[in-house]
Design a protein around this ligand. Sequence first.
Ligand SMILES: O=P(O)(O)OC[C@H]1O[C@H](OP(=O)(O)OP(=O)(O)O)[C@H](O)[C@@H]1O
Ligand SMILES: Nc1nc2[nH]cnc2c(=O)[nH]1
Length: 179
Amino acid sequence: MGQDLEKVLLSQEQIEERLTELAAQIDADYAGKELLLVGVLRGAVMVMADLSRRLHLPVQMDWMAVSSYGSGTKSSGVVRILKDLDTDLHGRDVLIVEDIIDSGLTLSWLLANLRSRGPASVEIATLLRKPEAAKVAVDVRYVGFDIPPEFVVGYGLDYAERYRHLPFVGTLAPHVYGG
Ligand SMILES: O=P(O)(O)OC[C@H]1O[C@H](OP(=O)(O)OP(=O)(O)O)[C@H](O)[C@@H]1O
Ligand SMILES: Nc1nc2[nH]cnc2c(=O)[nH]1
C-alpha cells in the first residue's frame, strides 16, 4: 500500500478541521430549516458521515448512485442513474454532498436533474474541487479544498474500487495506473 501512494495531499486532520468549518457555515446558513442531505454514491460516503456528524441542524439523508467514470480516470460525460432517491424533493432544502468536482460534468447534470423535481433550494457541498480541470462551470456553495488537476484517491475516492478506505487524500504512484 505504501508504495502505491506517491504523496499525501490532505491529512486526516486537515480534512476534519475543514469539515468542522463547513458544518458551522451550513448550520448558520440553514438555521431554522430542515435539510435533506443527498449523498452521491459511492465516493461521498466518508464526507457524508463526517460532515453530517458535525451538523446541529435537523437533517435527513438520502442517496443517489450515478455513474460517469466507469473504472477509468476520465469522466465520460454520460451520466446514468444507477440508484435514484427515495425522497420526494418537492419544497425541500437539498444539499448535495460530494467527494470531488473534477470536470464538473457529473454535478452540472445532477443539479439540473434535482432542480427539475421542485425543491425549495439545491446547493452543493464538496470536499474537493479541481478548478483547472473544469469543463463546465458549476456553482458550488461549500468547497473543502481546491486541489491541482491530479488523480487522487482515499477518503472515499477510488482507483478501480481500491483505496476508498484511506482516511486521507493522496496521489497514486504512476506505476499503479500504468503511467
Ligand atoms: O466532475 P466530474 O469529472 O464529473 O467528476 C466527479 C464525479 O466523479 C466521482 O465519481 P465516480 O464516477 O468516480 O464514482 P464513485 O463515486 O462511485 O467513485 C465523484 O464522486 C463525482 O461524482
Ligand atoms: N478517485 C478519483 N475519482 C475521481 N473522479 C473525478 N476525479 C477523480 C479523482 O481525482 N480521483
